[in-house]
Design a protein around this ligand. Structure first.
Ligand SMILES: Cc1ncc(COP(=O)(O)O)c(C=O)c1O
Length: 305
């Protein structure tokens, strides 16, 4: 069978993921990060989905995880976008054990990273309460590039059961995949994937991108480039602009006077306002194709009187 993911390309992507993650995995290509999150969470049959209060699943996906899983999103705290073990333990302890899922984002929506030890700690708390762990890896490549660790170290070896492995923010066009480490969950996920319309008849066109993404570490090279562009920008603006979160991957949150933000937009720079992080805070994201000249032009424009 060459349709619906039964093709050689999709098989090769799975093999490549087994090598990359140093273990046997199943993969489920999907078109969006929202689908990857919702379906991978739903595969764990959660009654409660513990996530950071700033998590994309909580704030930006119109409760897709709840729609698909029937579970309830439960926001928890932690500085700089990261759940801490105490907050997770506090949340899990107030609910009946089992049927709970921890959703952790790496890199976080605040542009920060869980170290391997931090991730192990939150996953260990989840395990102790019998909870599954799903990872929103929309920026997984940026995280691995920045940490310089093995992909396994920040996934299954740390206690992650399923990963929403992002591509779209790092060079693919509507090509993401769910990577399943706890493979018995694949039996639950497979029909959900199909019923949600993500089992494409022409899956090979999505898989072709995923294969190219993984080949010769393109995913990591793209992410390193994007991270370096953010570091260049942070360095160029230095202390002259208020950077309100640590810059650890390809995202900067800066406080700008509204007139300055408007002037930058008038010059063609495009970015979101991020009032979640305070008044006059804006999010600047660099990408796999951001050039040094673009970074330098933005820095100069931000610093000009
Ligand atoms: C952390 C995170 N997770 C998930 C998503 C969802 O991705 P998509 O827009 O492809 O549904 C995004 C998109 O911005 C994101 O930033």
């Amino acid at each position: 069978m060459t349709s619906y993911g039964g093709d050689a390309l999709t098989a090769r992507v799975r093999d490549r993921c087994c090598e990359l993650f140093e273990t046997e995995v199943d993969i489920f290509p999907v078109l969006t990060g929202t689908a990857a999150n919702a379906l991978s969470i739903a595969a764990t049959h959660p009654a409660a989905i513990i996530c950071h209060a700033e998590a994309h699943v909580q704030l930006e996906e119109l409760a897709a995880a709840e729609l698909f899983s029937g579970g309830k999103l439960v926001p928890a705290d932690g500085a700089n976008g990261k759940l801490n073990a105490e907050a997770v333990a506090g949340n899990l302890a107030t609910r009946p054990p089992g049927n709970q899922t921890l959703s952790v984002t790496q890199a976080t929506e605040a542009g920060t990273l869980y170290t391997v030890d931090e991730l192990r700690a939150v996953c260990a708390v989840a395990r102790a309460h019998g909870a599954a762990v799903q990872m929103d890896g929309a920026r997984f490549a940026n995280a691995v590039a920045a940490l310089g660790c093995a992909p396994a170290d920040v996934t299954w070896r740390a206690g992650v059961d399923l990963l929403a492995f992002g591509g779209t923010k790092n060079g693919t066009l509507a090509a993401e995949m769910i990577v399943v480490f706890r493979r018995e969950l694949s039996q639950v996920l497979a029909p959900l994937w199909h019923r949600s319309g993500h089992r494409l008849s022409k899956m090979r066109f999505v898989s072709a991108q995923l294969e190219a993404y993984l080949d010769n570490d393109l995913w990591l090279r793209n992410a390193r480039h994007a991270n370096a562009a953010a570091a260049r920008l942070a360095h160029a603006i230095g202390s002259r602009v208020d950077i309100v979160r640590p810059v650890e991957v390809n995202v900067l949150f800066v406080r700008l006077a509204p007139a300055r933000a408007a002037a930058l937009r008038a010059q063609g720079f495009d970015f979101y306002e991020w009032s979640l992080f305070g008044e006059d805070v804006y999010r600047l994201v660099t990408a796999f194709d951001t050039t040094d000249a673009e970074v330098d032009a933005l820095a100069a424009a931000m610093l000009s009187a």
